[in-house]
Design a binder for this molecule. Structure first.
Ligand SMILES: Cc1ncc(COP(=O)(O)O)c(C=O)c1O
Length: 375
């Protein structure tokens, strides 16, 4: 059976050009980057070139880019550093963050007694930024603000410039989980008021298990992982050499083709949204689909019927891959913490469809046809 993959916010297929760039480092160029002889120097050079590429593409300085194992580690590192090294005594976040953020915030609340304020979420799934200034003003000490750029379940985009400017007024530290936007959105970090951002290679046709943490040059933190002197003493452990090379290549391809790919993918998303609203009665969209929203993610609220309660399962047996929430919760029928934060309609079933450059209108038509038979 021909499968249709519409879960690109969970992960994407590796680009063959990325694999090609990685191959030498999976085979003959295997040296440990810390070794001083030629094998090692070759690997070190590959990592530093990758760092330069990534920094240039994001408008950052190479010294501000740290390679990690992915979005989860990067967010953990940033939040730990804000509390333990930068003196933050209060965390402001939102109930719709990814668990990489929410569970880390909960850890600091429970284990370190750090007070946490969660920003209100409006019915369109946007965080209510008008509350941010009040929350910052209400706390005497330094705050960490951790708010994601694009929500991985509904696609809503938060204006990180606006958040960063408000943070500046209160001398707060600002971390943004940008895992869904790095590789899908143009960044100019030199002109973005943020202290930490994160990225994961597998979200934009790069390899899994490799990511970045951007740490603004004005911020000094201590290592999160202790050991050797890799990543300028910030992140010990032999580097994921081929992963890092793949990350840089994937980001390069993503940003080179950004205009074309984002326009095509955005059209697919709009087409699918319109077709669903037209073809399946009582269907609506979760989030700000046609407004401030990332072009890759579409979250649909289907009417709950006996058949549609098993919707993800029925899609799966028809070869259609979509999810009910983030990858960690797909398949589980617990409902999504993101959807629950702003839309508690028990008569709806939420399904996330997320797109990549590989999807086509023909696929969308096939999915709509199958869905019509499920209601
Ligand atoms: C918004 C967001 N943050 C963080 C993560 C975690 O990234 P990773 O799985 O690379 O650790 C993901 C991926 O699922 C995500 O979508």
């Amino acid at each position: 059976m021909q499968r249709i993959y519409l879960d690109n916010a969970a992960t994407t297929a590796l680009d063959p050009l990325v694999l090609e760039a990685m191959m030498p480092y999976l085979t003959e160029k295997f040296g440990n980057p810390s070794s001083i002889y030629s094998y090692g120097r070759e690997s070190r050079l590959a990592i530093e070139n990758a760092r330069k590429t990534v920094a240039k593409l994001l408008g950052a300085h190479p010294a501000e880019i740290f390679f990690t194992s992915g979005g989860t580690e990067s967010s953990n590192t940033a939040i730990h550093a804000a509390i333990l090294d930068l003196g933050c005594t209060h965390i402001i976040s939102s109930p719709i963050e990814h668990h990489a953020t929410l569970h880390t915030v909960e850890y600091f609340q429970q284990q370190h007694g750090i007070p946490v304020s969660l920003i209100r979420v409006l019915p369109d799934g946007h965080v209510d930024l008008s509350q941010l200034r009040d929350l910052l003003a209400a706390h005497n000490g330094k705050s960490l603000v951790t708010l994601m750029h694009a929500n991985n379940e509904i696609g809503n985009l938060t204006d990180i410039h606006q958040v960063g400017e408000i943070c500046k007024e209160f001398n707060a530290i600002f971390h943004s989980d940008t895992v869904q936007t790095v590789g899908h959105y143009p960044f100019d970090l030199r002109n973005t008021p943020v202290h930490f951002i994160t990225g994961a290679g597998h979200k934009f046709h790069g390899p899994k298990g490799v990511g970045i943490l951007y740490i603004n040059e004005n911020v000094q933190i201590k290592p999160f992982i202790h050991g050797g002197s890799q990543e300028r003493n910030m992140r010990a452990g032999t580097e994921n050499l081929y992963g890092i090379v793949g990350f840089a290549k994937a980001l390069e391809l993503a940003m080179t083709n950004y205009e074309k790919d984002s326009a095509n993918i955005g059209e697919l998303k709009a087409y699918m949204a319109q077709q669903l609203l037209k073809e399946i009665p009582e269907t609506s969209l979760n989030g700000d689909c046609f407004g401030q929203s990332l072009y890759t993610v579409l979250n649909v609220a289907f009417p709950k019927t006996e058949k549609s309660e098993m919707l993800l399962f029925n899609l799966d047996i028809n070869g259609i891959c979509a999810s009910g929430g983030s990858a960690c919760t797909s398949g589980a029928d617990l409902g999504s913490h993101v959807i629950r934060a702003f839309n508690n309609d028990p008569n709806k079933v939420a399904v996330r469809f997320s797109f990549s450059k590989h999807n086509t209108t023909v696929e969308i038509d096939q999915v709509i046809a199958k869905l019509k038979g499920m209601f």
